[in-house]
Design a protein around this ligand. Structure first.
Ligand SMILES: Cc1cc2nc3c(=O)[nH]c(=O)nc-3n(C[C@H](O)[C@H](O)[C@H](O)COP(=O)(O)OP(=O)(O)OC[C@H]3O[C@@H](n4cnc5c(N)ncnc54)[C@H](O)[C@@H]3O)c2cc1C
Length: 553
């Protein structure tokens, strides 16, 4: 039976779009997708004014068996905010910076605060929120928590989980909770979530399962499933737990975050420099990466020849290529910070010496100041440049977020290249070599049925590789409805069973963001390319320009 949203509007003060009028349909279509390849028409879109509205929405969803999806900027790449349920966008009204304590270095914010806006506000205090994403000018704290986001400086600035001190959230039963560090003995007397989670992670057999089946210790980026491994570590190291570790990376499936207390760090030293080592092959660049990470660099990022060639066709990025020498197959950009320009230059000189001594690379331009920024602009333009490739076979986000230990990267990438060659698939790769994660983007025609089948086959076979190397299916983008199906394959059925228990401890009715992390449908379900029916009689077509969905009326 159709849900009567008119009964909700009486004691709800936010915006709500749920009917078949053109305005409501247009809003629902706009929220039917994110930056992923998925699309599904939500039954409603809600834009709550305050936490009382969120509580009311949770109550209503519970009464009517609806799933409710917390959403901020909607830049997720794996379909995390695509659903047939109620999309709840907190970016419009829940976007205040509430309190800052410069001495103790923390800030308290609502989930709709944009990461770069927060840092612009903090700059006069000499502080910043470290974790970044390429989308930091739009991505918001709620979404960064949901995906446990991080970026190209995660070697030194970590991920969102590392900086999440406290979370205020509304649970599926409408209770408001503040999650923060708590002594295990005290936790047992707290809300029933605590003893239930403690029973799960203190159980000896479960601890062995977690130790044995989560990514190996040396994998720096580990974003698949619920972070039970972090809780086990907290338990053994401090006798305290902080369930924020579980909420970070939970893709909106456990609770609705309404406030977050974030740890801040000092602004980075002012001198910035980079060595851009030029390599004749991808494998050589991956060997360079092993040398670079030993140097204490702030970032080590790879750009392959496909992106470098694409940059020639883009007037802005063509200029940013000016530091290139010859035609490298791949370059590795290794960045350092320092307070002193002399010390900075010395770090670069030492690294170049290490490369030449190891016989790696053929050119080593050292860039400083604005030259560094231009080189980073070229690297960050990677994804956009790839999207300009002509033809139906387009680079897809699929295995781009799989990560392994840094020392395993050369062997893993070697096997992945063989896998892609077996399928006759072209690809590009770039990004976070220094964190064991290359964004490998196979070029696949998702308009065709064979392309869609290939899409699934490549992920299935890569999942087996990730399992072999004890890596992580997702390093920063999350699994969403893209990779979620393969969590049990990579981490094993027993770990998956623990995840279903976590979900049920927080949300036994499946109210929050159903079908993400647990019970994920087949990855080919609700692909944007396979006949999305919006029923919007006035909307003749929809096109994506970058991240934005434009409706053509
Ligand atoms: C071009 C491009 C580049 C990208 N590069 C990076 C990168 O470098 N690093 C990186 O980490 N990611 C990257 N991403 C992915 C994405 O931008 C980030 O994960 C970003 O932090 C998501 O923020 P958002 O505000 O868009 O969240 P959304 O997409 O709106 O939501 C993300 C998740 O958080 C949950 N959520 C949102 N608000 C709440 C809340 N209040 N309570 C509970 N759960 C909530 C949602 O349900 C969802 O599961 C990239 C994406 C694109 C399109």
């Amino acid at each position: 039976m159709a849900v009567d949203f008119n009964t909700l509007t009486k004691d709800y003060s936010g915006e709500l779009y749920f009917n078949d009028t053109i305005e409501h349909q247009a809003v629902r279509i706009a929220y039917s997708t994110d930056a992923s390849v998925y699309q599904e028409m939500p039954v409603a879109v809600a834009i709550p004014k305050d936490t009382a509205d969120i509580r009311r929405l949770i109550e209503f969803a519970g009464q009517h068996g609806l799933t409710l999806v917390p959403r901020t900027a909607g830049t997720s790449l794996a379909g995390q905010v695509v659903s047939h349920g109620v999309i709840v966008d907190v970016s419009k009204y829940l976007n205040a910076i509430l309190e800052v304590n410069p001495e103790e270095k923390w800030v308290r914010v609502q989930p709709g605060v944009v990461r770069d806006d927060l840092n612009a506000w903090l700059k006069p205090l000499g502080l910043m929120f470290g974790p970044e994403t390429s989308t930091a000018s739009r991505a918001m704290i709620g979404g960064m928590i949901g995906n446990n986001s991080c970026g190209l400086h995660s070697r030194i600035w970590g991920n969102t989980r590392d900086h999440l001190l406290e979370v205020t959230a509304i649970l599926a039963n409408g209770t408001e909770m503040v999650f923060g560090p708590i002594d295990v003995r005290a936790a047992r007397q707290e809300h029933p979530i605590y003893p239930a989670i403690l029973d799960l992670i203190e159980h000896g057999a479960n601890q062995s399962l977690i130790t044995g089946n989560f990514p190996k210790r040396s994998v720096p980026r580990r974003n698949s499933g619920y972070a039970l491994d972090h809780l086990v570590d907290q338990l053994s190291h401090s006798g305290r737990i902080n369930l924020c570790s579980l909420i970070a990376g939970s893709e909106g499936t456990l609770c609705f975050v309404t406030e977050a207390k974030l740890k801040l760090i000092d602004l980075p030293p002012k001198e910035v420099g980079m060595v851009a080592v030029h390599c004749s092959s991808l494998q050589e660049a991956l060997q360079a990466n092993l040398v670079a990470v030993r140097s204490g660099c702030a970032a080590s990022e790879l750009v392959d020849h496909v992106i470098l060639e694409q940059a020639m066709n883009n007037p802005e990025q063509a200029q940013n290529r000016s530091f290139l020498v010859g035609e490298p197959n791949a370059i590795l950009m290794v960045e350092f910070f320092d307070e002193s320009s002399d010390a900075l230059r010395q770090k670069c000189v030492d690294l170049v010496a290490a490369f030449t001594q190891a016989g790696i690379g053929y050119a080593y331009p050292v860039l400083t100041g604005i030259e560094t920024k231009n080189a980073w602009d070229l690297r960050k333009a990677g994804l956009g440049l790839l999207r300009n490739i002509k033809g139906n076979a387009q680079p897809v986000n699929l295995i781009e977020d799989c990560s392994v230990a840094i020392e395993d990267l050369p062997a893993y990438i070697g096997e992945l290249e063989s896998l892609l060659a077996r399928h006759g698939t072209q690809y590009s790769m770039y990004a976070h070599a220094g964190d064991g994660e290359l964004h490998v983007e196979p070029m696949i025609d998702l308009q065709s049925a064979t392309g869609r089948q290939l899409f699934k086959t490549i992920l299935a076979e890569t999942a087996d590789l990730i399992k072999k190397y004890k890596g992580s299916l997702s390093g920063e983008h999350g699994d969403g409805r893209l990779r979620g199906q393969f969590i049990p394959v990579v981490m094993g059925p027993e770990i998956y069973h623990l995840f279903t228990q976590v979900k049920s401890i927080f949300d036994h009715r499946g109210l929050f963001n159903k079908g993400k992390i647990t019970d994920t449908p087949d990855m080919l379900t609700n692909l944007r390319y396979s006949g999305f029916k919006a029923n919007a009689h006035q909307c003749s077509d929809m096109r994506f320009f970058g991240d934005s969905l434009i409706m053509i009326l």
